[in-house]
Design a protein around this ligand. Structure first.
Ligand SMILES: Nc1nc2c(ncn2[C@@H]2O[C@H](COP(=O)(O)OP(=O)(O)OP(=O)(O)O)[C@@H](O)[C@H]2O)c(=O)[nH]1
Length: 381
């Protein structure tokens, strides 16, 4: 299965929620508009020819807008003319030819803008981002009659435009070992992500060492060992409750001695005591710098998409605890809160290196802004 298909299938909760909201924007039009949008089952007006009416190409068939990276807000491609479209169903011939009724249209007015803002906020985009995205979609459309598909396309283009600058794979340096510190709250998916990353780097011909730095949870260490053996990568462990910094130091030495390309260091995520956690992370960094003053070369913050807006607070906190260089968003499958990624990109501009859409070893993918945007709004590629 292609990753886009997997992404789209698994992000169904996010896209369903957004999609339903967007459809309702047009279909639940006020009475005056609704009168111009009779349900598709309405008998065609007598004045219409009995033969099939001209088929309006579905908007989805219009070539996908190319959104160049790093551009300022662009109005999405112009929609079809604004003249009211009779929502007549096709004639018998049309139906035989598989033609479908034209999509309902509604005038883009202030009420619709407000509803659009609400739909985006409900999709976890955050208030600020939702208002800006809705305003950009409204630009050039106010007073025009639009379809839900046009709004979906416009939203996908807006989301992709916001995500484009942050979609950057984890940088690889000509450094041995390249040290990757992985941070995040308990349960966010750190261990799983380390396993998936180790497996992908290994498959790409890199030699990898994992340090099970969450020495406080025996279960976390065991879990990492399972992932390590799946990926065929050594996992260095230390007795439960021992100093994670000392393990990190040993792991650094072992990775250097064996000429490993990458050292992935797992850490504890106990936010209950931030002072302790900060001290622990600072100490890990201090000791590995004794062996390489530039380490860690990447500090990945792993976030759980199902926490929605809470992910924003986690970024704030971890940026204070560690020098976060990039994000990995897990559990985008099965959540209706995928929109939070847009809010994260808009608010922090931190690189998003990868996304997780499942618990299997190959369920981690580089972050592709267009694929994500289209999956989020429920459009095909
Ligand atoms: N559906 C889904 N589940 C995931 C994903 N990533 C991780 N998980 C699951 O989330 C749960 C927590 O993942 P862990 O990798 O153990 O998280 P952690 O941050 O290491 O947690 P601690 O070990 O408690 O610190 C596990 O059951 C994983 O299988 C994902 O992308 N999708």
């Amino acid at each position: 299965m292609s990753f886009f298909k997997k992404l789209k299938d698994r992000m169904f909760r996010s896209s369903d929620k957004l999609g339903e909201g967007l459809e309702a924007l047009v279909n639940d039009a006020p009475a005056s508009d609704a009168a111009e949008n009779p349900p598709p089952t309405t008998t065609p007006p007598a004045a219409l020819p009995a033969v099939a009416p001209p088929v309006i190409p579905p908007v989805a068939a219009i070539p996908e807008p190319v959104v160049p990276p790093m551009v300022s807000p662009v109005a999405p491609p112009a929609a079809p003319p604004t003249a009211p479209q009779p929502a007549a169903k096709p004639g018998i011939l049309g139906r035989l030819l598989g033609q479908t009724a034209p999509e309902a249209r509604r005038e883009f007015d202030d009420a619709m803008l407000e509803s659009l803002e609400e739909v985006l906020i409900a999709a976890d985009m955050g208030v600020e981002t939702a208002l800006r995205v809705a305003a950009n979609i409204a630009e050039g459309r106010m007073g025009r009659r639009v379809t839900a598909t046009e709004i979906r396309e416009a939203l996908a283009a807006e989301v992709a435009r916001i995500m484009e600058p942050v979609a950057r794979p984890m940088p690889l340096y000509p450094k041995r070992p390249q040290v990757v510190l992985v941070v995040g709250v308990n349960g966010s998916g750190k261990t799983t992500t380390i396993g998936k990353l180790a497996s992908q780097f290994k498959a790409a011909g890199k030699s990898v060492v994992i340090a099970a730095g969450d020495t406080f949870r025996a279960a976390a260490v065991e879990q990492l060992q399972v992932w390590g053996s799946r990926a065929g990568v050594p996992v260095l462990t230390a007795p439960e409750g021992s100093d994670p910094a000392s393990l990190a130091f040993d792991a650094m030495g072992r990775a250097q001695d064996s000429g490993a390309d990458l050292l992935l260091i797992d850490t504890a995520g106990r936010l209950q005591n931030r002072a302790d956690l900060m001290e622990e992370l600072t100490k890990i960094v201090r000791v590995i710098r004794k062996k390489d003053p530039e380490a860690p070369h990447n500090t990945l913050l792993v976030l759980d998409a199902t926490t929605g807006q809470n992910a924003l607070a986690q970024v704030e906190i971890f940026r204070k605890l560690a020098d976060v260089s990039g994000l990995v968003m897990t559990k985008l499958d099965g959540t209706a809160k995928g929109g939070v990624l847009v809010a994260l990109a808009d608010r922090f501009g931190l690189p998003i290196h990868a996304i997780g859409v499942g618990e299997q070893i190959d369920d981690l993918s580089p972050f592709d802004p267009d694929d994500f945007a289209r999956a989020l709004v429920g459009l095909d590629r």
